[in-house]
Design a protein around this ligand. Structure first.
Ligand code: ASP
Length: 344
């Protein structure tokens, strides 16, 4: 049986087309998508469109918009087989990460996509991204269950787990990368699903839950040679700060200068969580590899393993929103909750 898809257009470059008379970019009318892309009728039975009004550039994304997208999906969850979220590329990885944590018992695909060139331009990458995303969101196995029941990012023929992605290229059509986890599918002549790497719910029938309370008292602290006492001190004393993502070198290394370690230790003693995430795109934090990492572990810095910074932000917002107990949060940070880190 053909699928029903809800297409949610939040904004971003994909939603533009060139007016043939004036050659200016005007909003693309997604409500007429089946007329514009009649090929879609072959793969889906029905597409409904929900457009944000006004559409937003993804630089303006806030937690409330994640909550709105999640609630929209929750409200229409029983009606549709899959969901495609059209979103600006700039913060797509943050949004896909956030939704992956907000949803519990997800059993249907939620595919984020967008484009580098507007959908109405001749050389657009938007059409292929849109069509393949819809096809993936509509894909079911012989028992009628979703083939990819995860929050994903689809871009330039690759389907990624959303909370493993990073936007790394502002120019090329291949704008995203999932350096620490394999693609979930690749679209060539056929769409080939990488089934062993896809997460499936234990029970497809479980009710979808949305955890919409998030706490944003989190800061990203990227270390660099020459980092000063004044900068570190003021950073760790930000009002209401509950957690810091410490972006470290290589496999989780940071300076061992006593003032630096003392400031981190003091922050941890004040109840601030410090999560160690590498500045490198690929590989993992290993706080046992070098003395610099060992020292961080000793004072209570938590390993972020091979998490992206985007997933670390989303996971902390989510955990801080759900829990007050620092020990519980630290414990959950080191667990693989939605496939965001490579540990069990
Ligand atoms: N600035 C745009 C956005 O992220 C870029 C894009 O859509 O790719 O909304």
């Amino acid at each position: 049986m053909k699928s029903k898809i809800l297409l949610i257009y939040t904004g971003g470059t994909i939603g533009m087309k060139q007016d043939p008379d004036t050659m200016t970019l005007v909003p693309f009318n997604f409500t007429q998508i089946l007329d514009e892309v009649p090929e879609l009728k072959k793969i889906v039975h029905k597409i409904d469109i929900f457009s944000f009004d006004p559409p937003i550039d993804s630089s303006e994304i806030e937690v409330q918009i994640w909550v709105d997208i999640a609630n929209l999906i929750k409200e229409s969850y029983s009606i549709y087989d899959g969901f495609v979220v059209l979103h600006g590329t700039d913060t797509m990885s943050y949004s896909a990460s956030a939704l992956s944590f907000m949803f519990e018992n997800l059993g249907k695909p939620v595919i984020f996509t967008g484009s580098q060139l507007p959908i109405g331009m001749l050389r657009t990458d938007g059409k292929e991204n849109l069509i393949s995303s819809i096809e993936i969101a509509a894909a079911k196995d012989s028992l009628g269950r979703a083939i990819v029941p995860e929050v994903c990012v689809y871009f330039e023929s690759q389907l990624y787990r959303g909370n493993r992605t990073t936007k790394y290229n502002a120019e090329n059509f291949r704008a995203f990368r999932s350096a620490n986890y394999p693609c979930l599918a690749e679209a060539g002549i056929h769409i080939k699903y990488n089934t062993p790497f896809i997460n499936y719910p234990s029970l497809y029938q479980d009710e979808l839950r949305v955890n919409s309370v998030m706490d944003t008292n989190v800061a990203i602290f990227k270390i660099h040679p020459g980092i000063s006492v004044a900068v570190t001190d003021s950073f760790l004393k930000i009002k209401n700060l509950r957690a810091v993502i410490l972006e470290t070198y290589g496999s989780g290394n940071a300076p061992t200068k006593s003032w630096f370690i003392d400031m981190l230790r003091d922050a941890i003693e004040r109840g601030i969580i410090i999560l160690n995430v590498s500045q490198c795109l690929a590989g993992s934090v290993d706080m046992e590899a070098y003395s610099t990492g060992i020292l961080l572990k000793k004072i209570g810095v938590v390993s972020g393993y091979d998490s992206t910074t985007e997933a670390a932000v989303a996971k902390l917002f989510f955990l801080l929103g759900q829990h007050n107990d620092v020990h519980i949060i630290k414990e959950l940070l080191q667990k693989n909750l939605r496939g965001e880190i490579s540990i069990n």
